[in-house]
Design a protein. Structure first.
Length: 280
């Protein structure tokens, strides 16, 4: 995955952390290997001292948080006896005193670390801790989505080459198409969304079912999302859960898609969408 994906998700989490906690400085980064995280994103800093800093597991406040896989905080960084002090120069250059660090943990694996900080030695309260943990959860969810997207993209590069008539293979293609479309609204990075749209288009065209001379039908993205779920046998309620919508909203999208496709039933709509090259 491109670095811009990491940057977009991390920037959004740090901005949320500052807004919800009132902390003037937030920064963080993902692991570059099993033991080191690089501070790639900084929000609210006055200097460049923190950017690019490599944090080792067990070292400093963030390294301690990574090693213990839990949030850690100090009221006065430079005088704390509970952490090592490899990064004092950078911390002092930015004038940070009270700091909280929260690990980014995905499926029990530490993937990064987020920090929030004050320039005064004040005790951080529960509201600050909750905001820092919530920001880390945002990044965790984004990484889960990114991992799933990566797996589906890898699978999609081979599945469309399956032999015609291989029913099981085409069902895999259709399931990958549905899952990719369901994940798309959760992806913040526009370049990655464009890649997902391109792959979805490739999967939809893979079956070669669009009839020559058939009129072109245009559906809204959410209408296609709903039809992809319906094609997999989902009820309106299940489709709503998968897409993060209300059942009434799903019903509205389905009704609109059926009207555009000239279909009178859910099955007719799926068949018409496949004939139009909108679904695999």
């Amino acid at each position: 995955m491109p670095e811009s994906v990491d940057a977009v998700e991390m920037q959004a989490a740090l901005l949320r952390l500052r807004r919800t906690s009132g902390l003037p400085v937030a920064f963080g980064g993902l692991l570059s290997d099993s033991r080191h995280a690089r501070i790639a994103e900084v929000n609210g800093a006055r200097t460049a001292a923190l950017r690019g800093l490599v944090i080792s597991s067990g070292s400093g406040l963030g390294g301690k948080s990574m090693a213990l896989s839990r949030p850690c905080a100090v009221t006065d960084y430079r005088s704390s006896r509970h952490i090592s002090h490899e990064y004092d120069t950078a911390v002092a250059a930015e004038g940070l005193r009270s700091v909280v660090a929260v690990p980014v943990v995905v499926r029990r694996e530490v993937r990064g670390v987020l920090y929030g900080a004050l320039r005064e030695p004040l005790t951080l309260g529960d509201r600050t801790f909750d905001a820092a943990v919530a920001a880390a959860r945002d990044v965790e969810q984004a990484l889960v989505v990114r991992d799933e997207v990566g797996q589906l993209l890898a699978a999609s590069r081979t599945e469309p080459d399956a032999a015609p008539g291989a029913a099981g293979a085409w069902e895999d293609v259709r399931e990958a198409h549905r899952e990719l479309r369901a994940l798309m609204p959760k992806v913040l990075d526009p370049a990655l969304r464009d890649e997902l749209l391109a792959v979805c288009g490739r999967l939809a065209a893979a079956t070669g079912t669009r009839e020559p001379g058939a009129r072109e039908v245009r559906l809204a993205p959410r209408e296609i999302d709903v039809l992809a779920c319906v094609a997999a046998g989902a009820t309106n309620g299940v489709a709503a859960d998968r897409l993060g919508l209300r059942p009434e909203t799903v019903k509205g999208y389905l009704r609109s898609a059926m009207r555009r496709l000239g279909a009178h039933t859910r099955l007719e709509a799926v068949v018409a969408a496949r004939r139009a090259g909108l679904l695999p």
